[in-house]
Design a protein around this ligand. Sequence first.
Ligand code: AHR
Length: 330
Amino acid sequence: MFKRISALVLAGLTAMAVASCGSGGGTTSAGTSGGGGDDSITMGFSQVGAESGWRTANTKSVQDSAKNAGITLKFSDAQQKQENQIKAIRSYIQQKVDIIAFSPVVESGWDTVLKEAQNAKIPVILTDRAVDSKDTSLYKTFLGSDFIEEGKKAGQWLVEEYKDTKDPVNIVELQGTTGSAPANDRKAGFAEIIQADPKFKIVASQTGDFTRAKGKEVMEAFLKSTPDIDVLYAHNDDMGLGAIEAIEGAGKVPGKDIKIITVDAVKDGMQALADGKINFIVECSPLLGPQLMDLAKKVVKGEQVPARVVTEETTFTQEQAKQVLSTRQY
Ligand code: AHR
């Protein structure tokens, strides 16, 4: 009897050990999806949060693509907190996943945990956002948009829009999450373009944390403290949409009394653009999943991948938004 029980306990322990191994053998547990087959890859993915329409579309893209690629995905949502991302990465290291991918909420403070992954011989892919680590051997590749370029495109539209006026143009800026790559770079790219002409003045600039609620709250404060706002530059659609509510609440007409430029081009943003409430949107694509899974397969096989993979993106005017709105995927 004792022998039979011992044999059962041993079999159970062996099964648990196999289940916690990197390749997983097709096992799934709470918070995982996809996978199958002995040579399947297990990816640990730490997402920033669910702060925007962009982020929701990005999460769906990653989850769907993992399923389609037969990759077992262990997914965690960091709720916009770096400490949660660091915990998630450490747990993926302990679980001996085959590869870790993450979208860093802020740029700095990653060296220690990335070194731990490197010591455990688990490759890391950065997706969507960059880190500012000097040691680029800490990650295999960075897949995502060129946020500086996005900021420049926003600035170029503004310069063109106001080319016939010499009057001052008062701009308020809703920044993304403080310390994040898209907030830093979209600000820098925009500033670089508009600084060529002193008539453009950023009269107020504050973070709205990439959320609709914060965008509304900060825009309400701008409207009270700052007279004569000509332009709002919001680092994403969600903050722009929140700001539209604040502008309408103050009895002004968004898109006319205050011109609005945003970044992302999610469906709600594109609807507001087609409706004339936003004037220009710089696209930032969240559909990174398929490329991420391709890169992950190559990295796990030990193949060379480019150090940087830049997402292809465009811009939209109000007329263009009307044309593409019905076919917009997200
Ligand atoms: O990192 C991409 C940015 O994060 C998107 O522009 C924004 O909407 C999101 O929250």
